[in-house]
Design a protein around this ligand. Structure first.
Ligand code: AMP
Length: 321
């Protein structure tokens, strides 16, 4: 594996590969690599002749009170992991290489998808992500680029970016890799101290409880939110910031589950902000049940027993998050 810190060096290395007609798979990351990143690298390795990974902590996507300065960085360990996963070229530029004038004036405007979910809490975040990915796609020129479902809204933003701007790259989404206790792997998990690490899996467990309820027939976003809130009420170590049901493609917030959706949440565990999401799927029978429930004579039978969620959350206020 070769590590490149400049665009020119990477371009020179890749031009030979392209001349030979080899396909290029690309995995953009911010480093502090873990098994979630490795799953993307391995998928890229399996699909392509050449694998390029980037490590760049992109200041454009951090707000003034975000953790840009203290974001974990360990290029040596990352390079070893990337080489082991079969990466051919690692692009690890300094900020000055990507933003020679300190920053850049041009931003990709991602539209309404950037204002909901994560975007509602992190203004400008998705513009920063889309802008740096646009730059990286131009620098690397990959045939395929790999993104994790762990950041489902980011994946939707990137798919929209590529479609809207006709970028010649195929976007491949990869499943979320989790710890044995359900916690989604994240570079930010390194911030978790012992008590926070103990509490953290409750976020995934709450989302999965709501996912199961959806599979069992619950189609109301308010009820699914309530199930997550109620589960987390039992875990004082977690403060839920938001949980919402989104369309998996447009990420527009949904009031009812219609087919497939993404239930996404952010929570503070200790001082660390974690995000997670699950795909929720309404079973055909659940949709049929709802249709039947819409008819007055059978209305009482639809959905799961709401009492279960109310019971679990006894004593908490609705919408407390
Ligand atoms: P990051 O370094 O956090 O910017 O992540 C780089 C890529 O790895 C993104 O496409 C993420 O969605 C993906 N990723 C991060 N964590 C996981 C995980 N637990 N499972 C799968 N992919 C992940």
């Amino acid at each position: 594996m070769k590590t490149h810190s400049t665009k020119q060096a990477l371009a020179a290395a890749l031009s030979g590969e392209r001349r030979d007609g080899r396909t290029v798979g690309f995995v953009p990351t911010m480093g502090a690599l873990h098994a979630g990143h490795v799953s993307l690298l391995e998928r890229a390795r399996a699909d392509n002749d050449v694998v390029v990974a980037s490590i760049f902590v992109n200041p454009l996507q951090f707000g003034p009170s975000d953790d840009f300065a203290r974001y974990p960085r360990d290029l040596e360990a990352d390079a070893a992991l990337a080489a082991e996963a079969g990466v051919d070229h690692l692009f690890a530029p300094e900020v000055a290489e990507m933003y020679p004038r300190g920053s850049i004036a041009t931003r990709v405007d991602v539209g309404p998808i950037g204002d909901v979910g994560e975007g509602a809490w992190r203004p400008g975040f998705f513009a920063g992500v889309a802008t740096v990915c646009c730059k990286l796609f131009h620098i690397v020129g990959p045939d395929r680029a790999y993104f994790g479902q762990k950041d489902a809204q980011q994946l939707a933003v990137i798919r929209q970016l590529v479609a809207d701007l006709d970028l010649p790259v195929e976007i491949v989404g990869c499943p979320t890799v989790r710890e044995h206790d359900g916690l989604a792997l994240s570079s930010r998990n390194a911030y978790l101290e012992q008590e926070a690490r103990r509490a953290a899996p409750a976020l995934a467990a709450a989302l999965m409880a709501a996912r199961d309820a959806a599979a069992g027939g619950e189609g109301s976003a308010a009820e699914l939110r309530w199930i997550v809130e109620a589960c987390l009420e039992a875990e004082p170590g977690i403060h839920l910031q938001y949980v919402d049901l989104f369309d998996p493609v447009t990420f527009s917030p949904q009031e009812r589950l219609d087919g497939r959706g993404v239930l996404a949440a952010a929570a503070y565990v200790g001082g660390t902000r974690l995000i997670d999401n699950v795909e929720v799927v309404a079973t055909v029978s659940a949709v049929q049940q709802r249709e039947l429930a819409a008819e007055p004579a059978t209305g009482a039978g639809a959905g799961i027993e709401r009492g279960a969620a109310v019971h679990a959350g006894a004593g908490m206020k609705r919408g407390a998050a």
